[in-house]
Design a protein around this ligand. Structure first.
Ligand SMILES: Nc1ncnc2c1ncn2[C@@H]1O[C@H](COP(=O)(O)OP(=O)(O)OP(=O)(O)O)[C@@H](O)[C@H]1O
Length: 264
């Protein structure tokens, strides 16, 4: 799906005036966002910032209260079939068909995507191999570990060679070896001109992986741009992030004077 010229200088995602409320809780409060194509993009923010809610609305999983979302030039909510053919998604709380083996899951996803059987077989074999799942390909998904689930989820999201890949906390619960494997696959994928958008609150990871960042807090976008632009004069992205989300002066632990030291 990645075609020459698609990626250069254009936007992968264009979000305007996005709002989502759950009862009294405003989860996303008027987000405008333009994500450049062909970049490794990090959506970062503290717990509860609205990252998952935003990604769910951008990928057509959750209907916004207001606002529009375009992915590779198509309106997500008016043109969902066009958009879903062009994106891959690894959602938070990934639900998989547990009673299929990893190999069967890929075969099923590939056929759902309309790929010919022989092509699905070829791609599945390569993905299982690269993601170090070949030895577990006949195991049922229900018996996979957390890291293995993330990797098979990533394989299903990549199988149809999407133009944009959305990943919600792809490294959470993943050991360093698997993280390195996932990272290698993603770097190869973006090097070919595709776009990755992933959410995280691990700043070191974002700093080492991403070339473009959007910082979110309390349902709003606080900063966007290249890593250098968002970092500004701060010594690290972590520091810039803490300043942007206003979390510096909380005096962690100052009220917990009973904690530690053996006193009961
Ligand atoms: N289905 C829901 N019903 C009620 N409130 C919700 C729902 N989903 C999200 N929220 C609320 O919306 C806010 C944003 O949540 P969201 O999961 O989008 O944040 P997040 O940035 O992904 O957080 P985290 O990093 O902890 O996953 C939170 O206050 C959360 O409690």
């Amino acid at each position: 799906m990645v075609t020459e010229g698609d990626a250069v200088g254009s936007s992968a995602v264009r979000v305007q005036g996005l709002w989502k409320r759950f009862g009294q809780q405003v989860a996303v409060a008027g987000v405008d966002l333009e994500l450049p194509a062909g970049k490794f993009i990090g959506l970062v923010g503290p717990n509860g910032a609205g990252k998952t809610t935003t990604l769910s609305m951008v990928t057509g999983l959750l209907r916004p209260d207001h606002g529009t979302v375009e992915v590779v030039g198509h309106d997500v909510w008016r043109d969902p079939v066009e958009v879903k053919a062009r994106i891959g998604v690894l959602p938070e709380g990934l639900r998989l068909f547990e009673r299929l083996s990893g190999r069967e899951l890929l075969a099923y996803s590939g056929r759902l995507r309309g790929l010919p059987g022989a092509e699905v077989d070829k791609r599945a074999t390569q993905l299982l191999d690269v993601l170090d799942l070949a030895g577990s390909q006949h195991k049922l998904v229900v018996d996979y570990s957390t890291g293995m689930r993330k990797k098979i989820g990533l394989a299903t999201a990549l199988l149809h060679n999407p133009e944009v890949l959305f990943l919600d906390e792809p490294f959470e619960g993943v050991d360093p070896v698997s993280a390195q494997t996932i990272r290698g696959v993603l770097e190869r994928y973006t090097a070919s001109g595709a776009t990755v958008v992933f959410s995280s609150h691990v700043m070191e990871l974002v700093e080492s992986l991403c070339d473009w960042v959007a910082v979110m807090a309390a349902g709003r976008i606080r900063a966007t741009g290249t890593l250098a632009e968002v970092r500004g004069d701060a010594p690290s992205l972590q520091q810039a992030f803490l300043e942007l989300v206003g979390a510096q002066s909380r005096g962690a632990g100052s009220d917990l004077d009973w904690l530690g030291g053996g006193a009961r």
